[in-house]
Design a binder for this molecule. Structure first.
Ligand code: KIV
Ligand code: ZN
Length: 387
């Protein structure tokens, strides 16, 4: 990659996202989402965990055969059996990747009951094995942000020497904070021999609501791959949301001079499809893709928006694939929005008609959360009958 400011987008909706309790997707649904990710310009799709089940293996393998431009990646634990199974699944892809990981923090080292030296040897052997199969190998020290600095530096160096081409630094339990996230990547790049030969990635979870901020901070620190999911789907509080990091980079290019290859106009459609197939509703006030992200109800905001969109919007709804801003009518709405809506519905009101209707509208809005087009038409008809 020649552009040093190009950030690779690695989507793990089909792997980490699907690990959310209750988010299981069918084989065909996974193929559909993978095709949408490929079309929207995602650089790497983590399609699943091939050893986890026959179904996961079949999905990763079929996605590998179908992908047009994305690299297709499968996940494998740090053992030869997982890595071989992963390679079997991804090897038909035009561009395959093996992603292998092991938990390196004190909390995670306790589980396989390996000493630090034994774990270091395991990392060397498994990354070497993966690299003998595939020339695109990603390695992750799981729970990197709670791993002792000296040990993290040591194992990252081992993985690079063994042939890893991407080093992912996961904040597995959403524990880090933006300054620390940036410093960790910066320090690894500065101090680990061979670091300039590989791509550093950031993989953040949202337990403290900082996944997007931490991922962007890691990019400031030198990471050039963001791991993320559509709608932030993922274990517990979820992962970094693809739509958030991509739009943040696009909207704030003045302070974050980075680029991605994502066609942002495809965001809304894939967000809705992932919500439907995973059964996870998107909260209305979710950044970028929530129902209210481009909706304005209060009088002051609606009046501002009718005069100029930049009063209350920092990006255009069309840029994320929405038809436009919406100005839902409710009890906070003012005359300007009511007049505009009536005009859309074909009613051109003179001032005293509008004043009368506004009183009726407010009375109705006090009883209803939202006043819809049919409600307005009924109000106009009633008002005309009363004249
Ligand atoms: O959160 C995490 O540490 C992971 C790894 C498997 C990369 O998902
Ligand atoms: Zn994760």
């Amino acid at each position: 990659m020649t552009d040093k400011n190009r950030v690779l987008i690695f989507d793990t909706t089909l792997r980490d996202g699907e690990q959310s309790p209750g988010a299981t997707m069918s084989h065909d649904e996974k193929l559909e989402i993978a095709a949408l990710l490929d079309e929207m310009g995602v650089d790497i799709i983590e399609a699943g965990f091939p050893i986890a089940s026959e179904g996961d293996f079949a999905a990763v393998s079929e996605i590998a055969g179908l992908a047009k431009s994305a690299t297709i990646c499968g996940l494998a634990r740090a053992n030869f059996k997982d890595i071989d199974r992963c390679w079997e699944a991804v090897k038909h892809a035009k561009s395959p990747r093996i992603h292998t990981f092991i938990g390196t923090s004190p909390q995670h080292r306790a589980i396989p009951n390996l000493s630090m030296d034994e774990m270091a040897d395991r990392i060397h052997d498994t990354v070497t094995h993966a690299r003998n199969l595939c020339d695109n190998v990603q390695w992750s020290p799981m729970d990197a942000t709670r791993t002792e600095w000296d040990y993290l530096r040591r194992v990252v160096e081992i993985a690079i020497k063994a042939g890893a081409t991407t080093i992912n630094i996961p904040d597995t339990v959403g524990y880090t904070a933006p300054r620390e996230s940036a410093d960790l990547i910066r320090r690894l790049i500065a101090e680990v021999p061979g670091a300039d030969e590989v791509v550093f990635a950031t993989h953040c979870h949202n337990d403290l609501g900082m996944a997007t901020a931490n991922a962007l901070a890691a990019v400031e620190g030198g990471a050039r791959q963001i791991e993320c999911t559509i709608n932030g789907l993922g274990e517990r509080a979820g992962n970094t949301a693809l739509e958030e990091v991509v739009m943040a980079i696009r909207v704030r290019g003045d302070i974050m001079p980075f680029t991605t290859g994502i066609d942002t106009t495809k965001i809304m459609h894939i967000s809705r499809r992932v919500s439907t197939v995973s059964g996870f509703n998107v909260q209305p006030n979710k950044a970028i893709v929530g129902k209210n992200a481009f909706a304005h109800e209060s009088g002051i905001h609606q009046d501002g928006m009718l005069k100029s969109a930049d009063t209350f919007e920092i990006m255009r709804p069309e840029d994320v694939g929405l038809a436009g801003t919406s100005l839902p009518l409710g009890k906070h709405s003012g005359r300007a929005a009511l007049r505009a809506k009536l005009k859309d519905l074909g009613f051109d009101m003179v001032d005293n008609q509008l004043n009368d209707l506004f009183v009726r509208f407010k009375a109705l809005a006090d009883r209803k959360k939202e006043v819809f087009d049919d409600d307005l038409i009924a109000l106009v008809t009633d008002a005309a009958a009363a004249d």
